[in-house]
Design a protein around this ligand. Structure first.
Ligand code: WQD
Length: 338
């Protein structure tokens, strides 16, 4: 069995990707320092696949620890690097935390992965690199705009680092996957999104409001130049996203790539407004949601949704789940949380 290292493998997208890797016959080694996840996610993964990933609670900010890990693992067939901090607002207040955690760790992972015989590298990037895109839907050639937050900047810098490493080392193959808005949970409701503290993102806040944990959802503005005045995003089911990672990894392992650094947008191609997402929740939960319109949130783009042509044509991948499917799965997960 080919061994794949998944950093941040106990996180939201990471854990769903571990399941799909195991379902595809890979042996998985998870590295996660549990800074934004809990060890119980490991049990959730095992309860779905029956396969126990090897787990290392290693802090990737410690260069020596990263080197020690790779010293004991020279038979790795690929790396999927999720481990990073991802709260936009927090990054504005704590930029150095984000540059240390998102950039240093990437450099240490790359220094070691490039020493392996042939280990492709998949990088977790984000549509946030496009900022407020001039043209919609957003394609991979859409201009990269000045980052709106240190978090977004770490994704842009991360892509530049990987691109430079690939230019310098033609034997090293990498793919950056730019996610739109990942939501939902595995159909088993054994794993899902576990926001720590007050959820910053829309869907987990909706779910906690629906469950009575939060009093009311604040909708950040309804005077945008959109159909109903609220912002538009491309909400993609996390399992669709996870499956795209396995396809991208196999593409590099099987040598199907034509250049050694490729970038793909991962979205559904459908834009949904905040109010449409609320309506979706009300449909799938058969209950009304308590929300109010408040001021706009600093840094929000008006609309972002993916041009999915490249992933469809090159990766032969398209998202299969609808917004309602994703919201239904997220609600099922929320309802089983204690
Ligand atoms: C979506 C919409 C809000 C919360 C961010 C990151 C992105 C990725 C996903 C990591 C916006 C509105 C939200 C709330 C609201 N993260 N909203 N009330 O900002 O599109 O993307 O998370 O990879 O990189 O930038 O997602 O879910 O925060 O917001 O009205 O309580 O919901 O204004 O229009 P966003 P989000």
């Amino acid at each position: 069995m080919k061994k794949i290292v998944v950093t941040g493998g106990l996180g939201f997208i990471g854990s769903h990707t571990v399941v799909e890797l195991q379902n595809s016959g890979f042996e998985v080694i998870i590295i996660d320092n549990l800074s934004n996840s809990t060890i119980s996610v490991l049990d959730g993964i095992v309860s779905i696949t029956g396969q126990i990933p090897t787990f290392y609670n290693t802090d990737l900010k410690q260069k020596a620890d990263v080197e020690a890990f790779f010293k004991g693992h020279n038979d790795i067939a690929g790396v999927i690097h999720f481990a990073a901090s991802k709260a936009v607002g927090e990054s504005v207040n704590e930029p150095l935390l984000y540059y240390e955690n998102n950039i240093n760790t990437l450099v240490y992972m790359l220094q070691n992965t490039t020493q392996l015989a042939h280990a492709p590298f998949i990088f977790s990037s984000s549509c946030t690199v496009y900022g407020e895109a001039k043209a919609l839907p957003i394609s991979e050639t859409s201009p990269i705009q000045p980052a709106l937050s240190p978090y977004g900047n770490t994704k842009q810098i991360g892509e530049d680092i990987i691109s430079d490493v690939c230019k310098a080392n033609t034997n090293f193959n990498a793919i950056a996957l730019r996610y739109f808005n990942p939501i939902g949970s595995h159909e088993s409701a054994k794993i899902g999104e576990l926001p720590l503290g007050v959820p910053q993102n829309l869907v987990p806040f909706i779910m906690q409001t629906g469950a009575g944990i939060r009093e009311q959802l604040s909708v950040f503005g309804d005077t945008y130049a959109t159909q109903d005045g609220t912002c538009i995003r491309d909400y993609i089911h996390v399992v669709d996203l996870a499956k795209a990672h396995v396809i991208a990894l196999k593409r590099l392992i099987d040598g199907e790539n034509t250049t050694n650094y490729e970038v793909f947008n991962l979205g559904t191609g459908q834009g949904s407004s905040v109010l449409e997402v609320i309506k979706s929740f009300e449909r799938v939960s058969n209950q009304s949601l308590n929300y109010k319109i408040v001021d706009k949130r600093e840094g929000d783009v008006v609309a972002a949704y993916a041009n999915t042509t490249k992933a469809k044509d090159v990766l032969k991948w398209t998202a299969q789940s609808s917004l309602d499917d994703a919201m239904r799965s997220a609600w099922k997960w929320q309802q089983q949380l204690k």
